[in-house]
Design a binder for this molecule. Structure first.
Ligand SMILES: NC(=O)c1ccc[n+]([C@@H]2O[C@H](COP(=O)([O-])OP(=O)(O)OC[C@H]3O[C@@H](n4cnc5c(N)ncnc54)[C@H](O)[C@@H]3O)[C@@H](O)[C@H]2O)c1
Length: 450
């Protein structure tokens, strides 16, 4: 089956790269000419572990190509994955204009039969609109379209592994043959019949992925419902952390024991400065706005969002309590990305914290292993450092804002010696409080006794 991907961002490149890696021929298209030229020259515009090798290998074998013209992506494709962005509008609803534009492009350039797959995260009933747009704008041709919803559950930072070893593949269809075509596309992954570029033939044992066939509406709902639920879990842990701070108790002890209950599970039960990224903040908003329009007041989600926003206030209050005055203080920031192993800073809590520090007159000396290039354009006033030690030199406080594992391994004794005042605010509960205090740090974290 010849596959095309429209939109070469995180999801598009991982989808295209992985489908090529398991044996398909893939054409990837993006409307950003600079991005396409870079990709044609072998430059991957995002940092995502294993993606470079995967795409380079597929290019070497002639299984992946990059184009800037939608006609080239559509004319020979049997299946077209739409992977464009669906950012939030000012009112919180999803902006579907890129999806609509792509639908028009597909409709006008298609001949014959095409499977059109929504991979972008979209509100329920987008499939209906998509089908209508394809019919209306494709009415002059002989093209026939089958619309499928196939939401993506990958996690940035481990997305190649997640795509190749999913726990479930959800396909929303309104006619059974479309589900069979999707099964065909995913067959190597479902049957684990490919050379895994991540584990190099030694994949850890795991259950075979579920292939879940639903209606298109259910499939669209599954994605929003899953992300919103995970966001709820994080906010639950964060509100518990507030309680621990007020009443005594250690959030790490509490959530660790809670997570041992298989009905609860340990994941996404971590307290800290809250969730960010291109999914949770916008998806939770889009989901409750969608519910509102349907006459359902999904207060639970609004609360989760409110609690999340409060994290930044709470954290900065702690910093201010400790520092007294922010104006004129030198603050070291470790971590800019919204999570480790990615260079993605979209809606990253670290950026909001930096914005407020700068607004209050502090000078910020930041370091992140991958995300500095993307932050530089947004915050030119920040001093970007070569490593954590440079950022700590002369600092009145150090804020740890992304839980990169390498930050645990830093020579903290050396950092202590480099700082003007050894004040450490750990927004991710990454470090061991007793150890940091033993080294002489004034150490504050989230929901743990000071
Ligand atoms: N990033 C994630 O972790 C993740 C995970 C699951 C689902 N999603 C969803 O997948 C979708 C894409 O997310 P992303 O993070 O890859 O976004 P992104 O911003 O990284 O990539 C989107 C790409 O689409 C391109 N594009 C925009 N309009 C276009 C058009 N009209 N024609 C062709 N290309 C166009 C952009 O140039 C960009 O390269 C979103 O709906 C998101 O919610 C994201």
């Amino acid at each position: 089956m010849r596959i095309s991907i429209i939109g070469c961002g995180y999801v598009g490149l991982v989808t295209g790269g992985c489908l090529a890696a398991v044996g398909h021929r893939v054409t990837c298209m993006d409307s950003d000419g600079e991005r396409v030229r870079g990709l044609m020259g072998g430059h991957i515009p995002i940092y995502e572990p294993h993606l470079d090798e995967l795409v380079a290998a597929a290019r070497g074998e002639g299984r992946i190509e990059f184009v800037g013209d939608i006609r080239l992506a559509v004319e020979n494709a049997d299946a077209i994955f739409i992977c464009v962005g669906t950012p939030p509008l000012e009112n919180g609803e999803a902006d579907l204009s890129a999806i609509e534009m792509v639908a028009r492009g597909i409709a006008t350039q298609s001949r014959g039969s095409k499977l059109v797959i929504e991979k972008s995260t979209v509100p329920v009933r987008t499939g209906e609109q998509l089908r209508r747009a394809l019919q209306v704008y494709g009415r002059a041709s002989d093209a026939r379209f089958q619309v499928v919803s196939n939401p993506e559950f990958l996690r940035e930072g481990s997305s190649v592994c997640d795509f190749l070893h999913p726990d479930r593949i959800v396909v929303g269809v309104d006619e059974p043959p479309a589900a069979e075509k999707m099964r065909e596309i995913y067959r190597p992954i479902l049957e684990r019949n490919f050379n895994c570029p991540v584990h190099r033939g030694a994949c850890p044992p795991s259950d075979a992925p579920h292939f879940v066939v639903t209606s298109i509406n259910s499939s669209e709902l599954i994605k929003h419902a899953s992300n919103s639920f995970l966001a709820l879990k994080i906010s639950y842990a964060n509100q518990l952390a507030d309680l621990c701070e007020r009443l005594g108790g250690d959030i790490e002890e509490v959530t660790r024991a809670m997570g041992m209950d298989p009905r609860i599970g340990p994941q996404f039960l971590r307290a800290g400065i809250g969730f960010g990224g291109f999914c949770f903040p916008k998806d939770i908003q889009a989901f409750y706005r969608l519910a509102e329009r349907a006459g359902v007041d999904f207060m639970l989600l609004k609360e989760a969002e409110r609690i999340n926003k409060e994290r930044i206030d709470h954290f900065l209050e702690k910093a201010k309590r400790a520092l007294w005055v922010l104006k004129g203080k030198q603050v070291a920031v470790l971590g800019l990305a919204f999570k480790p192993h990615t260079d993605d800073t979209r809606f990253a809590p670290a950026l909001e914290i930096i914005r407020r520090l700068l607004a209050e007159g502090a000078s910020v000396h930041a370091y992140d292993p991958q995300a500095m290039r993307k932050t530089q354009a947004l915050y030119p006033a920040v001093h970007y450092c070569l490593d954590a030690y440079e950022s700590a030199t002369g600092a009145d406080a150090l804020l740890l804002l992304t839980e990169w594992p390498e930050f645990v391994e830093l020579d903290w004794k050396r950092i202590h010696g480099l700082m003007v005042r050894p004040l450490l605010l750990d927004g991710r509960n990454l470090l061991v409080p007793a150890k940091m205090r033993e080294l002489g740090f004034e150490y504050h974290s989230v929901g743990r006794p000071d």
